[in-house]
Design a protein around this ligand. Structure first.
Ligand code: PLP
Length: 366
């Protein structure tokens, strides 16, 4: 499709031998998350003194990087995650992509990387999804996951910002996060490890935060849990977020709590959307510090009725158990709660065009 005036143009250099319809169908049959990629990449290159140039769509290929590239040694990198959804009439839509563009710009600033403008961000997505439209799945709960990435590419072992930066957008068809329906997950409270500290990079979407989460995530798994919950680094007392999702607590009286944004929590687009949905429903919602002790006691005595996590990948996910070396508590009856599932339904209905887009969140790109 033609880019709207708000988006930049990317020159299309088509793949000489894209996947056949049969190959594509086989690859898109229940793909594991992030394991299948489309035929093309969107790319642009930045150089000090020149700015962004060479905006292009090109055949998907491995990156060629000098072994001394800044990203490989010092992690100078930022990324995003959002999805393209196919509606019943075949049209293709993004959910609040301007919010992802703004967050990438903020992450880039923290990592001393050049900002990608909203016009370039949206232009790259529209161009790539147009060329690879056949890869947008139409099975229920499936979507095309989009992963924009910024990386410092200069060959320099000195610790300083790279003078050359590459923007790479890849796309990956994904099925429902829960292949057998939504299933409540159990949470391990990270012991002795923090994801982010005051003044650090926790609010940036950058590789180092996720590298730091891998060991605690492994410990969660060793303790029979699917996800890890991080506490604040300063006092080791307040709940912050999961490795890749924000957290909400629904009280017995129907009010809702979520940790306030402290600069160490990633500001989730889904979190912001859930807050708006709850407010529109007239629910009392409070963003404040929540101690682990308060959460554990509330779960034990029934004051906490539901706990859920939210993010682009899994939308809204019920949390059933909270586990640490000295306790193991189950939320309610361990099943997905009513408020959790209603929110999940409300969000996915908007995303898949089954409900009116009353907040103006959707952007049509195909
Ligand atoms: C650490 C972390 N927190 C929260 C989220 C949820 O953010 P969003 O709703 O924008 O996907 C993500 C996923 O991007 C994340 O990686």
């Amino acid at each position: 499709m033609t880019a709207t005036p708000a988006t930049a143009q990317f020159e299309v250099r088509p793949h000489p031998a894209p996947a056949s319809a049969e190959q594509r169908a086989a690859l898109m049959d229940k793909p594991a998350f992030g394991m299948v990629f489309t035929d093309h990449l969107a790319r642009a290159t930045w150089r000090t003194g020149e700015g962004w140039g060479d905006r292009r769509i090109e055949p998907f290929a491995e990156l060629t990087l000098h072994p001394g590239a800044t990203v490989l040694h010092y992690g100078q990198q930022a990324f995003e995650g959002l999805k393209a959804y196919k509606h019943a009439d075949g049209s293709i839509w993004l959910f609040r992509p301007e919010a992802n563009a703004a967050r990438l710009a903020a992450s880039a600033a923290r990592m001393s990387l050049p900002a990608v403008t909203e016009a370039d961000f949206l232009g790259s997505i529209e161009a790539l999804v147009t060329v690879d439209a056949a890869w947008v799945p139409d099975a229920s709960e499936s979507s095309l996951y989009l992963r924009p990435l910024l990386l410092g590419t200069e060959a320099c072992l000195g610790v300083r910002p790279s003078t050359t930066v590459e923007y790479v957008l890849m796309a990956s068809p994904v099925g429902g996060y829960f292949p057998h329906g939504v299933k409540p997950v159990s949470i391990w409270v990270a012991q002795g490890f923090h994801r982010a500290g005051p003044g650090g990079t926790g609010t940036a979407k950058s590789a180092g935060n996720y590298a730091a989460s891998l060991l605690p995530q492994q410990q969660a798994s060793d303790n029979g849990c699917e996800q890890v919950l991080f506490l604040d680094a300063r006092e080791d007392r307040f709940i912050e977020e999961l490795g890749g999702m924000n957290v909400f607590v629904v009280m017995r009286d129907g009010s809702v709590l979520t940790p306030r944004l402290t600069g160490t929590i990633l500001e989730g687009v889904t979190r912001a959307s859930v807050l708006e949905l709850l407010a529109a429903d007239g629910r009392s919602v409070v963003e404040r510090d929540i101690t682990l002790e308060e959460l554990r006691e509330g779960i034990s005595d029934g004051e906490v009725a539901e706990v859920f996590a939210c993010g682009t990948a899994a939308v809204v996910t019920p949390l059933a158990r909270l586990v640490a070396p000295d306790f193991d508590v189950t939320v309610g009856d361990g099943e997905a709660g009513e408020v959790t599932m209603a929110l999940r339904g409300a969000l996915t209905d908007i995303q898949y065009g089954r409900a009116e887009d009353r907040f103006g969140w959707m952007r049509r790109i195909g």
